[in-house]
Write a protein that binds this ligand. Structure first.
Ligand code: C5P
Length: 241
């Protein structure tokens, strides 16, 4: 394991070359960052909860016909996945207005978006992930019009499946960010992760936050309990065994 070749080190995950050329091993770490990495803490068991939550969501999406990078969670925190050429676009889907969108535009806090709002940001820390439009993405050479249309179509499907999945366990899917990549045949596949790090999740009754927003707001001591709550609601006893 020590000889694993590191391909990419993200803020919360490390990606290593897998045994086969077209596979990678993704390590979910306990690191948590906010403000473009300005604040960084280690949150005990976060990698454990996120990797299992992500695998469960990816499996559910696969069953609904959305292709994902997941091959299998070989052990908690360690995901064997298909190697993808990642598209540097953060596709954000919003069902309710909150967060950066209400700081940038005059949307009323907590007002619903119907239909859901899809936003695309350029994934580039040095430029602070600026918002894209199709013309800019095409001019940058990071996606074609066909790719962008496909990203939107897939994002809406992911939102539909996940909103239902969370609703069934008393959680509102407020918004989330997903990333895609291309396989060796050029097919667009859902990659990266979906977890409480990348979603806003509110308890349907109390509207309590159950996601990384707690960390962004400095409520560090509430973070892991919230992630565990999502884990416990999402995973059946069979899943946990
Ligand atoms: O901060 P903002 O309101 O734009 O975030 C929208 C959604 O995208 C949130 O669920 C947030 O967790 C997610 N996001 C993310 N990674 C980023 C930016 C946003 O997971 N770099």
């Amino acid at each position: 394991m020590d000889s694993k070749k590191l391909l990419y080190e993200g803020k919360a995950k490390s990606v290593f070359q897998g045994e086969n050329a077209d596979e990678v091993i993704i390590d979910f770490r306990d690191d948590m960052t906010a403000g473009d990495g300005a604040r960084k803490e280690s949150m005990g068991k976060k990698g454990y909860f996120n990797s299992i939550i992500c695998a469960k969501i990816f499996e559910t999406l696969e069953e609904a016909g959305v292709e994902t990078q997941l091959i299998e969670l070989t052990e908690p925190c360690v995901m064997k996945a298909r190697k993808l050429d990642m598209i540097p676009i953060e596709v954000i889907v919003r069902n309710i207005a909150t967060g950066s969108i209400i700081r940038k535009f005059p949307f009323e806090d907590k007002s619903p978006f119907n239909p859901p709002l899809i936003q695309m940001d350029f994934k580039a820390d040095e430029f602070h992930d600026p918002m894209l439009n199709d013309a800019i993405a095409i001019a940058l050479g990071i996606a074609s019009q066909e790719d962008l249309d496909k990203l939107r179509e897939l994002a809406l499907k992911v939102n539909e499946v996940m909103s239902k999945m969370f609703k069934e366990i008393g959680i509102i899917l407020v918004d989330f960010k997903i990333e895609f990549g291309k396989d060796s045949q050029g097919n667009i596949i859902l990659g990266d992760e979906i977890s409480p790090d990348s979603c806003r999740l509110w308890d349907a009754e109390t509207l309590d936050m159950l996601d990384k927003e707690l960390f962004r707001q400095g409520k560090d001591d509430e973070v892991i309990d919230a992630y565990e709550e999502v884990f416990n609601r999402l995973l059946t006893e069979e899943d946990k065994a």
